[in-house]
Ligand binder design. Structure first.
Ligand code: GLN
Length: 492
C-alpha cells in the first residue's frame, strides 16, 4: 500500500475495515508526514501527541470489538485553532489568548470525537480568522505546500496546508468570507462552506456571527460529504443552529450534471481574474456542457458591492465580538493603574495590527452619526445580494465562479496593501452574505504549477445538488496532482 498519509477518508475507512491498516498506524503515518514537513510548512500551532494516540487506540479497540461509528472512526483530522478544545491550548493565532486552555469542547469537536475521529492538533490561521494568507498569525506564516515561498491562503491556511501535505487526512476550517474555500483553492484541496446554521458554532471563537460557518477541508468531494455528515445537525447551544430536518447531503452525488442549468456569474469571473484561472474555468465550463449541462451567463449586479458591504459588516460584528478579550476573563493581562488602563494596555499589546484595524473600522461604522451611512447601508446591500441570488436561482440550478481570482501569491506580496488582500475574497464573500452553501474543487494548475479551484454555489439547503455538481467537476477534472514534498526532516 502507498503511504497511508496520502489516503482519502473513504480509502482509509475501507483499509481500516479490511484490517489492512490500524488507526494507530494511520496516525503514525500522518505524524511522520508532519515531522517531515512542519519545519517548511508550519501548518500546526499545537500537535496533541498523547490525546491523538489515545483516540487512535480507542478507535482500534472499537473496530476490534465490532463497534463501528461510521466513516470518521480512526481518521486523523486537524482543527483550525479558533475551535475550542478542552484542555488543549486554543489561541486563534492571537497573543491575547496565548496559553489559554479552554474548559470545554466546541460542538464540532464533540461530534468528531463521538464519531471516533482522531484529533491530530490545532492549525494556524490569520489572527481571529481575519485575513486571506495566514500572514496575520501571531505565530508565524504557514507556507503553501506547492511552493513554500507562497502563502497557503487564509484564514484557514494551516488546515488547507495540512490536508495538502498529508499531516491530516481532513481538517475543519471556518468560513466568514471565504476562509475555507480560498485556502482550499490555493492549496489544491476541496473546501466546503455549508448553509448558515447547518453546523453549530458553539465553541467557535466568534469573528462575525451572522457570517461565520464551520466547514470541511478534504482531498475529495466524497470526503467533504463524510465530514459534513459527521459535524452537522441542530445544537441547542447555538441559537442560530438550523432546527429543521437536514437534507440527505449525498443523495444526488452520483447523478452527473445532465439536464442541469449552471449559471456563470459574470461579475465574478471576468475582470481581475488571472488569465490562467480564467482559462481553467472556461475549460471546466466546456466539460460540463459536454456532460450535458446547460451553461448560462447570468448577471448578479449587486455582487460587485458585496466586498464593500462585507468589509463593513464583518468588522462591525467583530468589534462587538472581540470586546470580551479584556484581560479579565481569558489569556493575556497587562498591569495598569485602573481597570480601564489594564484593559487598554492588554488589548493594545494582545491584538495584532489587522485585528486592531478591523475593530477600529467596525467601531467607526457602528458609531452614532455614521451608523446609517456605513453599517445601515451595508445591510441594505446585503439584502440586494440576497435578492440577486434568489433571482439567479430561478434561472439556474447552481452558480459557478473561479474560487479565487488568482493562484497563491508570494509571502509578503500583499501585506502592505490591505485592499489587494481583501480582493482575494471577491468570489467567496457573496455567499457568506446570503448564507448559501459553496464548495471549491481543484481542477488544474497554472504555468507555475500552482493549483486552481472551481467554485460551485447552490441555494440554501441545496447541499445535495451542490455535491452532485462538485462530484461531476471532480470527475471531469481528474485532478490528482500532489505537491512535491521538500523534506525538512532533521531541519531545525
Ligand atoms: N479574508 C476574509 C477576511 O479577512 C475572510 C475571513 C474569513 O472567512 N474568516 O475577513
Amino acid at each position: 500500500m502507498s503511504d497511508p498519509a496520502d489516503l482519502t477518508i473513504v480509502e482509509a475507512a475501507a483499509a481500516l475495515r479490511s484490517e489492512d491498516l490500524t488507526a494507530v498506524e494511520l496516525l503514525a503515518a500522518v505524524r511522520r508526514r508532519a515531522a517531515m514537513t512542519e519545519a517548511n510548512i508550519h501548518a500546526y500551532l499545537t500537535i496533541d501527541v498523547e490525546g491523538a494516540e489515545a483516540s487512535a487506540r480507542a478507535a482500534d479497540d472499537a473496530f476490534a470489538g465490532g463497534e463501528d461509528r461510521g466513516p470518521l472512526q480512526g481518521i486523523p483530522i486537524a482543527l483550525k485553532d479558533n475551535m475550542v478544545t478542552r484542555g488543549l491550548e486554543t489561541t486563534a493565532s492571537s497573543q491575547i489568548l496565548a496559553g489559554w486552555h479552554p474548559p470545554y469542547d466546541a460542538t464540532v469537536v464533540t461530534r468528531l470525537r463521538d464519531a471516533g475521529a482522531v484529533i491530530v492538533g490545532k492549525t494556524n490561521l490569520d489572527e481571529f480568522a481575519m485575513g486571506s494568507s495566514t500572514e496575520n498569525s501571531a505565530y508565524g506564516t504557514s507556507r503553501n505546500p506547492w511552493d513554500p515561498e507562497r502563502v497557503p491562503g487564509g484564514s484557514s491556511g494551516g488546515s488547507a496546508a495540512a490536508v495538502a501535505v498529508g499531516s491530516a487526512l481532513a481538517a475543519l476550517g471556518s468560513d466568514t468570507g471565504g476562509s475555507v474555500r480560498q485556502p482550499a483553492s490555493l492549496c489544491g484541496v476541496v473546501g466546503m462552506k455549508p448553509t448558515y446554521g447547518l453546523v453549530s458554532r458553539y465553541g467557535l471563537i466568534a469573528f462575525a456571527s451572522s457570517l461565520d460557518q464551520i466547514g470541511p477541508i478534504t482531498r475529495s468531494v466524497a470526503d467533504a460529504l463524510a465530514v459534513l455528515q459527521g459535524i452537522s445537525g441542530h445544537d441547542p447551544e447555538d441559537a442560530t443552529s438550523y432546527r429543521g430536518e437536514l437534507p440527505d447531503f449525498g443523495s444526488q452525488i452520483d447523478r452527473g450534471v445532465e439536464g442541469l442549468k449552471i449559471g456563470v456569474v459574470s461579475e465574478l469571473s471576468g475582470e481581475g481574474t488571472e488569465p490562467a484561472v480564467a482559462a481553467e474555468f472556461r475549460t471546466m465550463l466546456q466539460r460540463l456542457e459536454g456532460a450535458g449541462a446547460e451553461i448560462k451567463e447570468l448577471s448578479l449586479p449587486s455582487t460587485a458591492y458585496a466586498l464593500s458591504a462585507y468589509y463593513l459588516i464583518a468588522p462591525a460584528e467583530c468589534s462587538a465580538n472581540l470586546a470580551r478579550f479584556d484581560g479579565v476573563r481569558f489569556g493575556l493581562r497587562l498591569d495598569g493603574g485602573t481597570v480601564e488602563e489594564m484593559m487598554g494596555a492588554t488589548r493594545a499589546a494582545g491584538f495584532g495590527p489587522e485585528v486592531i484595524r478591523r475593530i477600529l473600522l467596525g467601531t467607526y461604522a457602528l458609531s452614532a452619526g455614521y451608523y446609517d451611512a456605513f453599517y445601515g447601508q451595508a445591510q441594505k446591500v446585503r439584502t440586494l445580494v440576497i435578492d440577486d441570488f434568489k433571482q439567479a436561482y430561478e434561472q439556474a440550478d447552481v452558480l459557478v465562479t473561479p474560487t479565487s481570482p488568482t493562484t497563491a501569491f508570494k509571502v509578503g506580496e500583499r501585506t502592505d496593501d490591505p485592499l489587494a488582500m481583501y480582493l482575494s475574497d471577491l468570489c467567496t464573500i457573496p455567499s457568506n452574505l446570503s448564507g448559501d452553501p459553496g464548495i471549491s474543487v481543484p481542477t488544474g494548475v497554472d504555468d507555475a504549477g500552482l493549483p486552481i479551484g472551481f467554485q460551485v454555489l447552490a441555494p440554501a439547503l441545496a447541499e445535495p445538488l451542490m455535491f452532485r455538481v462538485a462530484q461531476a467537476v471532480e470527475d471531469l477534472a481528474g485532478f490528482d496532482a500532489r505537491p512535491t514534498l521538500a523534506s525538512s526532516e532533521g531541519a531545525a
